[in-house]
Ligand binder design. Sequence first.
Ligand code: SF4
Length: 352
Amino acid sequence: MSQENVLKKDVRDLTLEELSDYLVSIGEKPFRATQIFEWIYKKGAADFSAMRNLPQALRKKLAADLALGPLTVLKAEVALDETTKFLFEFRDRETVETVLIPTDTRTTICISTQAGCKFGCKFCASGIGGWSRNLDCSEIIGQILHVREHAKKHPFSHVVFMGTGEPLDNYENVLRTIRLLNSQKAMNIAARRITISTCGIIPQIRKLAQEGLQVELAVSLHGYNNDSRNILMPVNRRYKFDELIAACREYARKTGRQVTFEYILIRNVTCSEVAAKELARHLAGFECKMNLIPYNRVEEFEHEPPTKLEMLAFKTRLAELGVHATIRMPRGRDVGAACGQLRHQHKIANSV
Ligand code: SF4
């Protein structure tokens, strides 16, 4: 990519209004913004020259002023269950992962929002190398546009912000992306098909509740009380377990949406009788969803996943105590589906 292109603003970082303002500033009609949006978000154009209903002079001017570069794919690995992992590289050589997950009932794209992660959860490969930077909106939505074009066999129905990084730590760009996903003039995906995952940044959960969006919120709980969560999730030292549950109850009340808790199952750590009782105590009377996710091995950590029997016993015990949970088996195991594994392996291979 030329140096000039590196410095240009990407058109996918602009809202429809901002693009329209830019067009007016260069003497064009604002309706051209809708045409450009259609080309990018509905027809998947990755080059201004493909926008055939725009005058040639405007296409040239757009290409001179704005970037619309495709993402570079370093790897695309397809698992036996057809889960596909993409490793993308950006202009500054930072990399992120995106995963396409087809199931019988839906196809989901799991996208990354930051290069690396600063929250260092003690089971997650994404946090191992630390945080490099936030992704721009164009880099986040670019992942979706690329996957849509290159995996046409599996048209996606849902988007989850659960890849590398903490979405609520890149709040403005994530919200910008959601508005583009949701906009009828752009990708037209219902907000209820979009899930934001967070490790528990309480002020941003409260802010999100005020946005008037119908997006789903998934909270990585991964601990059954304050002490147990402190061990696995350093973020809990700042945003405490009890306050997090209170913020989630408030989110559900304000938005009318059920909150989903993600809870990792680690042998002898998170799936004991004490864990079940504590979870039931803290979630009493809270109509929420609970996903139990068996730990997916990461070399750097010594944890072990429980056996299938142990998982089922924990789920049953929770149900007896009034917490109804679903076990979610990780998909794409043969291509390293644990969050951040592919990127981490790439970083290691390129640091020697
Ligand atoms: S689980 Fe999420 S917040 Fe925690 S280190 Fe991984 S990417 Fe970061």
